[in-house]
Design a protein around this ligand. Structure first.
Ligand code: SAM
Length: 210
């Protein structure tokens, strides 16, 4: 089911979940998922579960994890309202994921790097995702584009006023982090304009070495 057709009456904070780029990222994840739906799929920082709720019936198993228990309860309601029956939910912190090494075929990490306050923490998180990804498995992640000067200015202003961070990343930064563990960026889609200094963000697929 496309996200536009979902019953979203249970969403408590529409402003946090239905921004233009945020929705765009989940729609791209939905498109990319069609090539990745076999095996075990994890949505890290799944929030209220909108991504899984919008998927066509997958052939593999789905697991969602988030730090915030109230959002996990919200996702249960959204799954119920949309007759999604096949998702397991686990509360957990992405810095120390409660999963074995090499356990997932597909890992989605959507709309979350934007709020990670430092490069050091972002590195820890991505290393953790790479730890739990199976050989040949894939990690799907988005970044807001630090190469876009308007976005950089917008985030700089936001960070002066608000308690929570918003930030962009350069594609080469992410590619470099993935390369440290032998992962390669195998697909990418620009969000918004395609020019590197105008793109709002990128949606990426990184594949683990065999
Ligand atoms: C902006 S929301 C995105 C939710 C969802 N992925 C989506 O695209 O709709 C970011 C999510 O990351 C979760 N999160 C932030 N830090 C986390 C951490 N350290 N461990 C697990 N989840 C975390 C938040 O609770 C929140 O649900």
């Amino acid at each position: 089911m496309s996200e536009a057709n979902l019953d979203t009456t249970a969403v408590q904070r529409p402003g946090a979940f239905f921004g233009h780029i945020t929705q765009n990222v989940r729609n791209l994840a939905n498109e990319y998922f069609s090539t990745a739906q076999k095996g075990l799929t994890l949505d890290v920082g799944c929030g209220n579960g909108l991504f899984f709720a919008s998927l066509p019936k997958p052939t593999g198993k789905l697991v969602g994890t988030d730090l915030d228990l109230s959002l996990l309860y919200e996702s249960k309601q959204i799954f119920k309202d949309n007759e999604v029956a096949n998702v397991s939910l686990v509360q957990g912190n992405v810095t120390t994921m409660p999963f074995e090494d090499k356990s997932f075929d597909n890992i989605f990490f959507l709309n979350t790097l934007i709020n990670i306050p430092t490069d050091e923490i972002a590195t820890i998180l991505l290393n953790e995702l790479m730890r739990i990804c199976r050989p040949g498995g894939r990690i799907f992640v988005d970044i807001r584009n630090a190469g876009n000067p308007i976005l950089r200015y917008r985030y700089w202003r936001h960070n002066r006023r608000e308690e929570f961070t918003t930030r962009g990343y350069h594609l080469r930064h992410l590619a470099g982090l993935f390369a440290t563990k032998g992962f390669k960026i195998t697909r990418k889609t620009a969000i918004g304009p395609k020019l590197p200094f105008l793109a709002l963000g990128y949606f990426l697929e990184a594949q683990a070495p065999q």
